[in-house]
Design a protein around this ligand. Structure first.
Ligand code: SAM
Ligand code: SF4
Length: 339
């Protein structure tokens, strides 16, 4: 890895900007059973061929390396749609058996969660984030190209029943599509005890249709919420958490805004990412990857894999540079990186 010679002698995933990665995002698959318009075209994408995807054994081995050699404490499973991964519960159980046991969460569209929530919790999953951009059935069908809103709502309720708490809801607002739903979404979540987080739309769509001027900003979202709710900044340290959080009506309910574009939190980023085909990325917006799958399949030892990972972390850029002139959207769309 170029530039790795000045890397300090530490086992952890440090970079040259003073950050340490402890939060691993693992994409379990690039496939999905929804087709959210901002994420995928109607016909889907060119899915990874099966041999390219890490096997369960390969996946668990890499997570083991991250947890036992590199100081990763949190593992978030995502995709694509992570619930489409065959034998998911076995993977979760194997990760839950690692020492020290990492905290495990999952980001899902929730449409098959109702039937799975208990089994996921029994396998060791601690929490879920469920993506929900609208509460209007016809809009949901248009936005995701599938008429499945009721299934998501049932999935959310089942997650609470299964103890996958706190249940978080992720919403992306889009101008002229669902930007009138900030208040209804927050009311819905507060009433049910879900923690809502709005995410600014990022330039990660395969269609390259993102337009900064059309993006609904954190400022606009907060202004809309402020019309209906009393919001006060949540006291305490934010740490590496991407969401700025506010107490709703004095608490305990909260709402978060992940302003990746207008208020980037790169300086506090503690993430490292592994794609379903075994490529390491130190940022959603990386233009390069480290091929752990090739190393693993050609017989690398755990310590050699760990060292490749450290080199990848060390090369992390200071920020994503969305606002800089030289910004190029990465080749992989969000669904193939793991959002
Ligand atoms: N399929 C799962 C889901 O939808 O939760 C997990 C993967 S999805 C890519 C993860 C999250 O990324 C979702 O909350 C989705 O709304 C969000 N997302 C997708 N494309 C995005 C974009 N361009 N900007 C911001 N968030 C995006
Ligand atoms: Fe699938 Fe999630 Fe992308 Fe929607 S946002 S198409 S659910 S991967």
């Amino acid at each position: 890895m170029p530039g790795s010679t000045d890397r300090p002698d530490t086992a952890r995933l440090v970079d040259r900007h003073g950050r340490t990665a402890t939060d691993l995002r693992v994409s379990l698959t690039d496939r999905c059973n929804l087709r959210c318009t901002y994420c995928m075209p109607e016909q889907g994408l060119d899915w990874l061929p099966k041999p390219a995807v890490l096997t369960d054994e390969e996946l668990v081995r890499l997570i083991d390396v991250a947890v036992t050699r590199l100081g990763v404490t949190d593992v978030r499973f995502t995709g694509g749609e992570p619930l489409l991964r065959p034998r998911l519960e076995d993977v979760l159980a194997a990760v839950a058996a690692l020492e020290p046991r990492p905290r495990m969460s999952m980001t899902t569209n929730g449409i098959t969660l109702a039937a799975r929530a208990r089994g996921l919790a029994a396998a060791g999953l601690d929490r879920v984030n469920v993506s929900l951009d609208t509460l209007v059935p016809a809009r949901f069908a248009e936005l995701t190209r599938r008429d499945r809103l009721d299934d998501v709502l049932a999935g959310l309720a089942a997650a609470v029943d299964a103890g996958l708490a706190p249940v978080k809801v992720n919403s992306v607002l889009m101008r002229g599509v669902n930007d009138d739903e900030a208040v209804p979404l927050l009311r819905f979540c507060v009433e049910r005890g879900y923690q809502l987080r709005f995410i600014e739309q990022m330039p990660l769509d395969p269609q390259h249709g993102w337009d900064r001027d059309r993006m609904v900003t954190a400022e606009e979202i907060l202004a809309a919420l402020g019309e209906a709710f009393e919001l006060t900044p949540e006291p305490g340290e934010r740490g590496g958490a991407p969401a700025e959080r506010w107490l709703v009506a004095g608490g305990p309910a909260t709402v978060g805004v992940i302003a990746s574009v207008t208020r980037p939190f790169c300086a506090a980023c503690d993430r490292t990412r592994l794609t379903a085909d075994g490529q390491l990325r130190n940022c959603l917006f990386s233009r390069s990857e480290t091929d752990l799958r090739a190393a693993l399949r050609s017989g690398a030892s755990d310590e050699e894999l760990a060292d490749l990972w450290r080199g990848n972390a060390w090369a992390k850029a200071a920020g994503h540079g969305i606002d800089s002139d030289g910004f190029h959207q990465p080749d992989r769309p969000m669904s193939a990186i793991g959002g």
